[in-house]
Design a protein around this ligand. Structure first.
Ligand code: FNR
Length: 368
């Protein structure tokens, strides 16, 4: 029998239910990673190589999980990252995530390839709720310019340019399912004819410009006043380059293991990046985010200890939304809050600004 919502006690439980209730092709699209899925598996297991060095006898009666991301105060240091094709999992699509994010005062990143239209997702927000835009850059720059200007006008507070996908990775599970209802599930493509023989991902991505380069960054800065963040950076040299180009943030990410197989996990890259930025006195010049494989609040805490401002979470909210709709998303976020509050107490921290490298033992990471 299918577990009821109250029987989901952690984020992995939602995945198990989603796998059973979702359409096979939809499950294939959400769950797949590139090639042998080694990076996808590593994303979560890399967190298992980091151990805590808790402090004792600290007053942790009240714990404050709130922090600031790109100028926005949030209740807990994660955001809902951009994941395409929300209607594959839930007929209402991304607006379900908008409502969940609202309830928990976290930020939602809107994907270029959402199933709902961009305006539907913006219209679903309430009050001073904050959203960011994830951008796939179109070969036709006038289209991209229009998308950016529209997002800024509609109040988006961050432009996350995806830089790890000049070509979409081969997600073989997805390709095998030869996805057929792509057309009806995506709104924001360039209107190109889609080739459906290669799975959902490839069918919807043919407009992405593989010639995008550092030379284009000044153009984005002219087009918008929104903070610019590069999503998908994987080495310290590129973080330093981003700082030189006046970029406001980077997401250390491998696209949930869906692009380059054998890319390192975001947390592993973070452990390389932060000491080097500190050595060069650059660590305050840019905000560093991490995504991929974050499933437990201890994962969030570890990333913050290593210097991340926040983490992105993708699949778990898709699975929660697919299995149980908004109540599922709500419960998934609440579980993370409960887990984080408890674990902050157990490591001896009453607020996120107390999290630092002294609280983790990273000797198990492969960089050592
Ligand atoms: C993604 N991701 C993604 N990233 C992006 O920049 N544009 C996109 O359209 C998508 N689409 C997308 C669809 C699906 C189904 C998944 C699972 C992921 C990547 C996403 O933003 C993020 O990097 C990862 O999902 C983080 O890993 P976890 O939390 O899913 O393990």
């Amino acid at each position: 029998r299918m577990p009821i919502l109250e029987q989901c006690y952690n984020l992995m439980d939602f995945e198990a239910v989603a796998r059973r209730v979702m359409k096979k092709s939809a499950w294939a699209y959400y769950s797949s990673g590139a090639d042998d899925e080694i990076t996808m598996r590593e994303n979560h297991s890399a967190y298992h190589k980091i151990w805590f060095r808790p402090r004792v006898l600290v007053d942790v009666e009240t714990v404050d999980l709130s922090t600031t991301m790109l100028g926005t105060k949030v209740s807990i240091p994660f955001y809902v990252t951009a994941t395409a094709l929300g209607k594959l999992g839930n007929p209402e699509g991304e607006v379900v995530l908008t409502r969940g994010a609202r309830k928990h005062n976290v930020i939602q990143m809107i994907p270029t390839l959402a199933s709902c239209s961009f305006d539907e997702i913006v219209d679903a927000k309430e009050g001073d709720q904050v959203q960011w835009l994830q951008l796939y850059v179109n070969k036709e720059r006038s289209i991209t310019k229009r998308i950016i200007e529209h997002a800024e006008r509609r109040g988006c507070k961050g432009l996350f340019i995806t830089v790890d996908a000049p070509q979409l990775g081969r997600r073989e599970k997805d390709m095998r399912s030869k996805f057929s209802d792509v057309g009806s599930n995506v709104q924001n493509t360039s209107g190109d004819n889609v080739d459906r023989s290669q799975g959902a991902a490839r069918a919807i991505s043919s407009f992405i410009d593989p010639s995008l380069s550092w030379k284009d960054i000044p153009w984005f800065k002219e087009v918008t006043k929104m903070p610019i963040i590069l999503k998908g950076v994987q080495r310290v040299e590129d973080v330093i380059q981003a700082i030189a180009y006046g970029v406001d943030g980077v997401v250390l990410s491998n696209h949930g293991g869906r692009q380059l197989d054998f890319a390192r996990s975001g947390i592993e890259v973070l452990a390389e990046v932060m000491p080097e930025l500190r050595r060069l006195g650059l660590d305050k010049k840019i905000e560093i985010y991490v995504d991929g494989g974050v499933r437990r609040a201890t994962d969030i805490i570890k990333a913050l200890c290593l210097g991340a401002t926040g983490v992105g979470i993708g699949r778990p909210f898709l699975y929660a939304m697919s299995a149980y709709g908004l109540p599922g998303v709500d419960r998934a976020m609440q579980l993370l809050k409960d887990e984080m509050e408890m674990n902050m107490r157990l490591i001896g921290c009453s607020s996120v600004d107390q999290l630092g490298p002294d609280l983790v033992d990273t000797r198990g990471l492969s960089m050592h």
